[in-house]
Design a protein around this ligand. Structure first.
Ligand code: ASP
Length: 343
């Protein structure tokens, strides 16, 4: 039986062409992309596709688009062995994180990839990324089960857990990194899977359940030297706001000025869920390590541990989207849902 793979083409650099007038890259259609990868036929897979119409630069990605991707996968879940999502790199980590929560109990590969250079360019990284993503989506383990049973990002030399990865380079072909979780596979002469880090039995055999509703009443606040009380209070007073991802220094430290602590504590008392996530690329929040982190944690801010910013934000949107109370969201935020944090 030939592997059956569904490609969901959302856009991104991989399928872009240069605009004649402006010389800027703009999204282009899927047939152009496929015409530039004739090698794909050598894979001997059944490959079908669903395209965004029009394809988008991923800077325009939104929760509504995530619903479309989830629908494309859920509606075709039983008919394919694996799914490849072609996506721009700019928001790829957000999409990967969101999909990891929305595709609850996923037991098939959803491999997200794209490229830094368009597929039509001589030095493109898109051809290799696309071919490797298809191979991973088709891969089986020795029991005949899908090798990858989760949402993952394939980029250049690595396969990462989707909700653990972030875009780290605007230039390098190895654009993504996951500092707090090892790679799922390393791509060399072969595809070397790291079996210990691959997700297993997530759905406990109960099948995949798609969730479509996300609540966008969630914002991010970055602390920085010089942040003013006026700015902070304005952000905390955002109408309708339910959750905040607070990006803090190092192990979760924030200014200890009374106005800062009081403004945050008052927002928590109003029922806003505030999760503390580090601005550092590696490591995570350890609230009791410094007084500055301890004071913040005493306000009722919860620790995001070693979660990425992208995963924290989409996890909150997902949990509020389930219609949970702030208290229930607080409880669920500190536990892993799809392997997004080490707790
Ligand atoms: N702006 C592009 C996008 O995210 C960048 C890329 O694909 O690499 O769609």
């Amino acid at each position: 039986m030939k592997p059956r793979i569904l490609i969901v083409y959302t856009g991104g650099t991989i399928g872009m062409i240069e605009d004649q007038a402006t010389k800027a890259l703009r999204p282009f259609d899927f047939s152009h992309l496929m015409d530039n990868v004739p090698k794909i036929k050598m894979l001997d897979y059944v490959i079908d596709n669903i395209q965004f119409d029009p394809p988008i630069d991923s800077s325009d990605m939104s929760p509504a688009h995530w619903q479309d991707i989830v629908r494309a996968i859920a509606d075709n879940y039983d008919s394919y062995d694996g799914f490849v999502v072609l996506h721009g790199t700019d928001t790829m980590a957000y999409t990967a994180s969101a999909l990891s929560f929305m595709l609850d109990g996923l037991e098939k590969p959803v491999i997200i990839t794209g490229s830094q250079l368009p597929i039509g360019e001589v030095r493109t990284d898109g051809e290799e990324n696309l071919i490797t993503a298809l191979q991973i989506a088709a891969e089986r383990d020795t029991d005949g089960r899908p090798m990858v049973q989760e949402v993952a990002i394939l980029f250049e030399d690595y396969l990462w857990r989707g909700n653990r990865a972030s875009k780290r380079s605007a230039d390098n072909f190895n654009a993504f990194r996951s500092s707090n979780y090892p790679e799922l596979a390393r791509i060399g002469l072969g595809i070397h899977y790291n079996r210990e880090s691959l997700h297993r039995d997530h759905g406990h055999g109960s099948g995949m359940r798609a969730h479509y509703t996300l609540d966008t009443n969630v914002i991010a606040i970055d602390v920085f030297p010089g942040i003013t009380e006026t700015a902070l209070r304005h952000m905390l007073a955002t109408p309708g706001i339910k959750g905040i991802v607070l990006r803090t220094y190092g192990t979760g430290n924030a200014p200890t000025a009374a106005w800062f602590t009081e403004a945050i504590a008052e927002a928590v008392r109003r029922g806003i869920v505030i999760a503390n996530v580090t601005q550092c690329a590696d490591g995570g929040v350890h609230p009791g390590r410094y007084l500055a982190g301890d004071i913040l944690s005493n306000t009722g801010v919860i620790s995001g541990a070693d979660i990425t910013f992208e995963a924290a934000l989409t996890k909150m949107m997902f949990l509020f989207g389930l219609g949970l109370s702030p208290e229930a969201v607080r409880r669920r935020m500190v536990h892993t849902i799809a392997g997004e944090m080490s707790v």
